[in-house]
Write a protein that binds this ligand. Sequence first.
Ligand code: 8YV
Length: 323
Amino acid sequence: MPADSPSIPLLTAAALSPLLMPQLWAAYAVHERLHLTDPAAFAAAAPGIRAIAASGDSAVSAELIASLPALEIISVMGVGYDGVDVAAARARGVVVTHTPGVLNDDVADLAIGLMLCAARQLPAADRHVREGRWPSGNVPLARKMSGARLGLVGMGRIGQAIAQRALAFGMSVAYHARHPRSELPFAYHPTAAALAAEVDFLVAITPGGAGTRRLIDAAVLEALGPKGILVNVARGSVVDEAALIDALEQGVIGGAGLDVFENEPQVPERLRALPQVVLTPHIGSATAQTRQAMADLAAANLREHFAGRPLPTPVPECQPGAA
Ligand code: 8YV
C-alpha cells in the first residue's frame, strides 16, 4: 500500500450520498456495504473496521456492531438515527453522531409545502389543468390555511422552525411532546389525541423509534376529524399507516401530506389511489445545499474523532454527561 493511502478501515451501512462518498474515499479505506453484499469479504475485513458511515434510514443493528470488535464511531448523515442500535453502541463504548440543525429549514419548508398542497389541493389542480379538464369546469373549492390551527407532534428544532413559519401564516400553534417546554409560547397537550381534537392541521415531526411507534393511531385520526389534515415529515413508523388509509378512505380525516412511509420505498396502492393525499418520496432534507451541509458535518464528525478532538454533533445519548 503506498504510504499516503487512506488507512482507517470504514464500512458504509447503506448506499450513501454522492456528496459524502468522495470525502470518505479520500480519507478512509472504504468497505462499501460489504456486510450486505459479500459475507466472506466482510468476515475478512470486519476485525479491522473502526468506523461506520450511515444515512438517516440505514440499519446498524446490535449484531452488526457486535461483529466489529475495533469499531469506534458510527457517523449518521441525517438527524434521525432510529435505525442505529444506540444502546448496543454505547454498551461497547462506540460513539454515534448525526447531523442536526443544518436541515431544519428544508424540513420545515417541506412541512409547510405539504400543508399548502393538501389544503389547497395543488397537485389535483395541476392535474386538472394539465389534463385539459379546465374548459369543462373548475376544481372544487379548497380549504384555507392562513389563520387555521396547527398542532405539532414534536417540538424540537424542526418543530420550532415549522411553528415560526406557521406564525407568519397567522396560524395558532399548539403541540404535543413527551414534556412541555415552558420557555415556548405555545399551548401544550399531554396526548396526541387531545392535540388533534383542537387543530385543523396535525404535523408529525418527532423522532422515530420504539417510543413513538404508531403514536398517531386510529383514535388520534378520529379526533382530528373530517376536515383535518395530517402531515408526516418525521418517520413512517410514527403513524399507523393501515389506520390512516382506512381513515382517509372513510372520510374520518380530510386529507394528508406524506413524505415518509412505513415500508419505504414501498407505498401502498390504496394510499396512492387517494386523490386527496399528497405524496413525496422522503425529500425533507433533499436540496443540494442542505445535503452538502449534512455530508460535510457527517465527514467532520469522523475527522474530528480520528484527530482526537471533540465531536461536533454526537447524538444526545453520547454527549458528555448523558445518563
Ligand atoms: C434522509 C432524514 O433520510 O435526516 C434524516 O433523519 O430522514 C433524511 O435527511 C437521509 O438521512 C439522508 O442521508
